[in-house]
Design a protein around this ligand. Structure first.
Ligand code: UGA
Length: 443
């Protein structure tokens, strides 16, 4: 099939590359000429394991192409996948200007039947708006061309996006048009594996499904984080409690890990947007409001522990910080807990030496005005030299089994604040180290 992907960001690139990989002809559009030039030259502007190989392979095979030419892109695909950003407006609701701009261009340049697919995370009712915008453009041109708008939200996780796309749990299709549903079924046939993964529903329910999924996941995390704080007061170990409840099939193991707060480009933004959606129809999501508040508090928990240990004035102290990205296997620092932790430590007078396997360049950009107090190490162990304590903010695999003797030798005080509970409390390596985790006894 001929597929146009509008927006070559995270979702657009992964979608375009994976659809090309199963044999479709894909043209990815972006308004940023520098981004397209880089992609055409075989480069890639985001960090996602496996994505560069799959792009290179499909570009070489001629199935994946890039363009900044809007007219060419609209004319190309029978399927027009909209995968542009929906950043938060000033009031937290999703800003639809890019989605509706893409719809306008489709209406302006289309010459034959199109299935227009909303892949971006968009509020309930957006498919109807997209349809109206395309219809208005066609009317302006006095063109009578058929099209259908389908909601097809994306559930990719950063870091495992290729795997998620190639082996989806479910594919949500919001449409009541049998022809469009048939085309979507054909598009996704290679990803169906043994079971039918397609869930067909009305477009509004499909749109809400996406927000409901992220809101539910964030709720689990905030709930566990609150239980972790309670655990500290009660002298219980949240990790044992987590295992104790996760084994109940109705609860399950996933997304029960307490930590120093969730971040990323999706959960915080989508929760805000869903709260706005609810408010707009006179609804109130009390649980979700609390989820957000609990997460804001959680991002400060490690700094509270540092202050409890070292006092409120951190002048003259240096902290090694492992993990800048909002989670492992990404260089993304959007809404990352590390940002809140670093900002607070610097405010309290401390110096920070940070290490991350992928996000140091991004951190330099984010903290460009903090030269002096904040520096970066090229190796996790080097960050420890002349530091008073180690703070772990992201659970990268390479942090899980460190040389504890080297940590003890390098740190001025062998103190670890583990924001992701990556160490086993009973690990012999921790002997001689003051250890503070989340929701468990310190030792
Ligand atoms: C999230 C969803 O998981 C995807 O299904 C969804 O498609 C995506 O948002 C989106 O809306 O586009 P992502 O933002 O990549 O994906 O990250 P997650 O893996 O969900 O992690 C989110 C945050 O929760 C991270 O900061 C992570 O450290 C934190 N987390 C996760 C916990 O603190 N505890 C857990 O048990 C799990």
């Amino acid at each position: 099939m001929k597929v146009t992907v509008i927006g070559s960001g995270y979702v657009g690139l992964v979608t375009g590359a994976c659809l090309a990989d199963v044999g479709n002809d894909v043209l990815c559009l972006d308004i940023d000429p520098a981004k397209i030039a880089l992609l055409e030259a075989g480069g890639i502007c985001i960090y996602e394991p496996g994505l560069d190989e799959i792009i290179k392979k499909n570009v070489a095979a001629g199935r994946l192409n890039f363009t900044t030419d809007v007219k060419r892109a609209v004319e190309f695909g029978t399927l027009q996948l909209i995968a542009v950003g929906t950043p938060p407006d000033e009031d937290g609701s999703a800003d639809l200007q890019y989605v509706l701009g893409a719809a306008r261009n489709i209406g302006k340049y289309m010459t034959d039947y199109k299935v227009v697919v909303d892949k971006s995370t968009v509020p309930v009712g957006t498919a109807t708006k997209v349809e109206a915008v395309i219809r208005a453009e066609l009317d302006r041109r006095s063109a009578d061309i058929e099209f259908s708008v389908v909601s097809n939200p994306e559930f990719l996780k950063e870091g495992v996006a290729i795997e998620d796309f190639m082996r989806p749990d479910r594919i949500v299709i919001g449409s009541d048009d049998p022809n469009a549903i048939h085309i979507m079924r054909t598009l996704y046939a290679p990803f169906q594996r043994k079971h039918d993964r397609l869930l067909i529903m009305d477009s509004r329910s499909a749109e809400l499904t996406k927000y409901a999924a992220n809101a539910m996941l964030a709720t689990r995390i905030s709930f566990m984080n609150e239980l972790a704080l309670l655990s500290e007061k009660l002298g219980t170990d949240i990790e044992l409690v987590r295992q104790g409840i996760g084994s109940d099939m109705r609860i399950g193991w996933h997304f029960l890990y307490p930590g120093c707060g969730y971040g990323g480009s999706c959960f915080p933004k989508d929760i805000q947007a869903l709260l706005r959606t609810a408010a707009a129809v006179g609804g109130e999501l009390k649980v979700l409001t609390a989820v957000e508040q609990a997460n804001e508090r959680q991002k400060s928990v490690l700094v509270d522990k540092v202050v409890a240990r070292f006092g409120p004035d951190l002048t003259g102290l240096t902290f090694a910080l492992w993990g800048l990205a909002f989670k492992p296997d990404t260089d993304d620092m959007r809404e990352a807990p590390s940002r809140v932790i670093i900002a607070a430590l610097l405010r309290l007078g401390a110096k920070v030496v940070a290490y991350d396997p992928a996000a140091i360049d991004e951190a330099r950009r984010v903290f460009s005005h903090h030269d002096g107090q904040l520096s970066y190490a090229a190796h996790p162990m080097v960050a420890l030299d002349d530091s008073d304590a180690l703070i772990i903010a992201t659970e990268w695999k390479e942090f899980r089994s460190p040389d504890f003797d080297a940590i003890k030798a390098r740190l001025r005080n062998p103190v670890i604040f583990d924001g992701r509970n990556i160490f086993d409390l009973h690990d012999d390596g921790l002997k001689g180290i003051e250890y503070f985790g989340i929701g468990r006894a310190s030792r």
